[in-house]
Ligand binder design. Structure first.
Ligand code: ZN
Length: 402
């Protein structure tokens, strides 16, 4: 949960002779934003218990334009910890003359305040119970592009994939986004190999199985969609063309419509992959034709070279663009993966991690399979009080009948 605020510091704000604003003013903004968050969560403004980590790295002046952001970073039993940051985005040119409207836009926003606040809402004052939704962690253990050179831990055979998915499930994954490889380790959409991998996964653990329809550029729709009846419950659908490094991931409108139709006919729940902002518009066209139903489940793929950047603003925009009532997840690529997963955890989204998109646990630390990545996200979610969905909960949230 988070909220934002934009304002110009008014002349009445408490200030010193040079026009610099007292820190108490900024902390009052924090209190207002915290109240807004708590009203959304509990139907009550709550009681402040303490402030920590209060910093004022740069001065703010009367007439400055500021943007502030607050988000819940921990949910306890009645307690909510809120993180607050404020930046100056435009600066007054004459802070000691508060009636002046002269100001200039800053090229880079300057931090002016950060703080953490602990609030408590007593049980009897909680009028609504907006507990955080359980987190669906999707593991993506294989993908099409990762190689054994990238990671010696990459599972290739159905047996290896099933074992890796089971390890991910043990760490908290409730969905497996599945690709498979042939005997030579190359990507394939072979129905038989998908069916074998799915059967072996089912023998080991309970996860929602999401079949990838990505294939490769040389494949036609029929080939890409071969595994739709191989025993999965969901299928990913790309909703547009995008550059991926030196390659083009090609998805024309007729091709998308065909894939969507086949997913619908196979009675699978689509995972709508969004690799660029325009893909949201394409998705709406598919929905207009009755090929997918909305609200749905979205996977924002961020950080691909040539696609959307792995940035907070992009996630915010996409969440605003998708239909209300939809669920959304973020798949960060490469070094962005865990940071984007944590952002999604805080913002009420879900997260996809795994060797398909990232082989590292941090700078210079190789992930020994996808399970350590799942564990890291699960640990982060628990640390902020967000429960982890099991497969049954994930099915309920995703509208999968199971
Ligand atoms: Zn994939």
């Amino acid at each position: 949960m988070h909220t934002t605020l934009k304002l110009r510091i008014p002349p009445r704000a408490p200030h010193l002779a040079d026009g610099s604003v007292q820190g108490t003013y900024l902390l009052e903004l924090l209190a207002d934003m915290a109240a807004e968050l708590l009203i959304g969560i509990d139907g009550d403004e709550g009681i402040v218990r303490g402030l920590t980590d209060v910093e004022f790295p740069n001065p703010a002046y009367l007439g400055d334009f500021i943007e502030a952001e607050a988000e819940v970073i921990h949910w306890g039993d009645g307690t909510r910890r809120i993180s607050f940051t404020a930046h100056k985005v435009a600066s007054s040119l004459s802070p000691t003359l508060p009636r002046s409207s002269a100001a200039q836009r800053l090229t880079h926003a300057k931090p002016i305040c950060s703080a953490k606040a602990l609030y408590f809402v007593p049980e009897k004052r909680r009028r609504i119970q907006n507990a955080p939704e359980p987190l669906i962690i999707t593991c993506a253990p294989v993908g099409n592009e990762t190689t054994r050179e990238d990671s010696p831990y990459l599972p290739l055979s159905p047996e290896e994939i099933a074992a890796d998915v089971a390890r991910c499930a043990a760490e908290g994954a409730s969905v497996a986004h599945l690709h498979v490889r042939d005997g030579a380790g190359q990507p394939t959409q072979s129905r038989e190999i998908f069916a074998e991998a799915i059967e072996k996964i089912r023998q080991r653990c309970d996860v929602v199985i999401q079949i990838s329809t990505e294939g490769d550029a040389a494949m036609d729709v029929a080939t890409r969609c071969q595994p739709l009846d191989a025993g999965g419950e969901m299928a990913s659908i790309a909703t547009g063309t995008v550059n991926r490094g030196d390659h083009i991931f090609f998805n024309s409108k007729p091709l998308m419509e065909h894939v969507a139709l086949l997913i619908k006919q196979a009675n699978l729940v689509p995972c709508i992959e969004i690799c660029d902002v325009g893909h949201v518009e394409n998705m709406k066209l598919l929905a207009k034709k009755g090929l997918i139903s909305l609200p749905g489940h979205f996977e924002f793929v961020l950080g691909n070279k040539g696609g959307m950047g792995a940035r907070t603003e992009v996630v915010r925009l996409l969440v605003e663009m998708i239909p209300r009532g939809s669920t959304w997840s973020v798949a960060g690529v490469g070094r962005h993966q865990l940071r984007m997963a944590e952002l999604a955890v805080r913002r009420g989204g879900h997260a996809r991690v795994g060797l398909e998109d990232n082989v590292s646990l941090g700078r210079g630390i190789q992930a020994q399979g996808s399970a350590p990545l799942v564990a890291k996200v699960a640990e982060y979610a628990r640390s902020m009080g967000r429960p982890i969905a099991d497969a049954a909960t994930a099915r309920k949230l995703l509208g999968v009948s199971g």
